[in-house]
Structures are given as structure tokens and as C-alpha cells.
Design a protein around this ligand. Sequence first.
Ligand code: SF4
Length: 262
Amino acid sequence: MIGPSEGVSAMNIREITIKNALARTGIEGYDYCLNPYVGCSHGCRYCYAAFMKRFSGHSEAWGDFVDVKTNAAEVLRRQLRRIRGGTLLIGTVTDPYQPLEKRYCMTRECLSALVPSSLEVHILTRSPLIVRDTDILRELSHVEVGLSITTNREDMKEVFEPRAPSIASRVDALKTLHDAGLRTYAFVGPLLPMDPRTLASMIEGAADEVLIDRLNYAGRVAGLLRSSGLAPLMTMHRVRTAARELHDILTEKGIPVSILFS
Ligand code: SF4
């Protein structure tokens, strides 16, 4: 167990070893994925990755356990000897910069292992902790760093992502990475209730590109939407309208933007 000062109180933490760090992925545009942890203490209410619990042997709720893959970097180095190139996404079913990363540095070690490789590295997080690794990120030959910025509204963040860092801190982190010369993107996914014009102003100057996606597993939060009274703000019509508005404002500002749903 770990103390509240590290932001992951009442958390079951296990150290595990693995045989493979890199895995093939079916995610469009990527050849490989890498997840230095199993589970995610951010515990977002809508998390699509909660299915991982079935494969982890944990009985705790999603968000209340994390397995730390302590040999991930060592295994990754071995696998990289056999890999010529391709695209890699770090953080497909966990947040690589969740609070435990401060203590374990698994993601940082994996990034170090990737420095000599020719893999094109993409990394996605909801945490400003990624700024700590700016030095290593800048050593990678091809890298793109993304911050999930799902709304401009901290009150919505509190409802859907109560344990994740503030929206303001994510925007600041994205700007810092951008100013450090890294290619950055904002992932507005899942799009939460927002003011598109305010969000566009926040992102401007911090992201080279913006991707917008919808809530893909609405069933997970159906009860929350009903009890919080937010269901009318999350209808497909409202989400499509907000996505289109955000798209058009960003386009006017000259920021490349894609909507990932129809
Ligand atoms: S940060 Fe990502 S992986 Fe972690 S709980 Fe939230 S959506 Fe899931």
C-alpha cells in the first residue's frame, strides 16, 4: 500500500514481471503498444480500459489497483533488438504518467530504452508529470506527445475524471512540451460538456494538432449521467454539435484538427 501523499491512497499495488513489453496492436495507425502498468489510479468514470481488470486477476474496482511491470524496460530492450521500425503508442490501457510513475519511473526507463531505436513513438497522458521527461523525449528520433484535454470545464473534469490532474495543469504541460520543441497534440476524447470557443483558446499555441473523439462506451456512465443530470448535455446531437464547433474554430485558427467519429 502507498500513502495519500502520493495521490493513490487505498490502492492495491503489486510489482510484477512480464515476458513481453511491446505488443502488436490493432489500433489504426499503430504497429505496437506499450503499457508500463496494468490498471490506472486515475480511475476515470468512463474508462474504456476497464476491461483489463478481467485479465489482471484483481477483484478491486477499476482505479483501485495498479500492477507495476518492474522489468518492462529490460524486456523492451531485448525486444527492440528484433524490431526494425514502425509506430508505437505508449498508454493504450493505462496512463503512463499516473501518480505511481513518480516513484517507479517505469515509463521514463522505457523511453530511455527507446532512444536508440527507430520506432516512431507516440505517447498519451492526462498528467503534467510527463514534463519531467522532456530531456529524454527530446532524444527520441521521432516522437509525438499528447495530453488528453476533454473539456475546458474543471467541474466536468471533477465529475468524469475526479482523480486525474486538472485541465489547467494539462494545458500548461502541453504548452511546456510544445515550447521545448516537441511535436504535440491535444486529444479531446471523450468530448465532455464544454464551451468550444474557450477550449480552442486554451489549446491555441500549445498543440500542433487536435483530435476529437466521442464517449465510446457510454453504457459505463449511463447511471452517472442520469444521477448527475448531465444526460441531456451528452446526447449524440450535443456532442456532434460541440465537436463541429470546436473543429471550425480551430480550423479558423489554422490548427489541424480531425474528428474521429461520424
Ligand atoms: S487516464 Fe486513461 S487509462 Fe487511466 S482511467 Fe483515465 S481513461 Fe482510463
